[in-house]
Design a protein around this ligand. Structure first.
Ligand SMILES: [Zn+2]
Length: 128
């Protein structure tokens, strides 16, 4: 069994597209899913917060116990938990990728954008 990890929004519209994308892209059997409302706002703007620590505790379970080698972070169109323009969301996504990469040496980190058609694209990445 192989695992990948996604830090996704709680938005029900983003779950299946992100998981299908990662199963295909990473060739993994399962995707461990960590959800918050607008996670790039939390990780990008509030890296010292309790919510960030909660997310990272769950990431470590996925990487340490399930052996995940890749963590994807999702931002998306029409995010109720992070109602800022797409441009700002992409800045937060970039910050979030850098933050998680610094916390997870040796783990591949992907930044994913999900658009108004619920299509997933990779917009940034880091290796450590
Ligand atoms: Zn959202």
């Amino acid at each position: 069994m192989s695992f990948g990890t996604v830090i996704n929004c709680m938005d029900g519209r983003t779950q299946l597209p992100a998981n299908a994308y990662l199963e295909q892209e990473l060739k993994v059997d399962y995707v461990d899913t960590i959800t918050e409302a607008g996670p790039v706002r939390i990780l990008g703007d509030e890296p010292d917060s309790a919510l960030t620590e909660s997310i990272m505790a769950r990431v470590r379970i996925s990487t340490d116990k399930h052996g995940s080698k890749c963590v994807a972070i999702v931002a998306h169109y029409d995010c109720a938990g992070n109602p800022v323009p797409e441009e700002r969301q992409r800045e937060q996504l970039d910050l979030a990728v850098r933050f998680v990469a610094a916390q997870c040496p040796g783990i591949r980190i992907l930044g994913l954008w999900i658009d108004e058609n619920w299509t997933v694209s990779k917009v940034c990445a880091a290796w450590d």
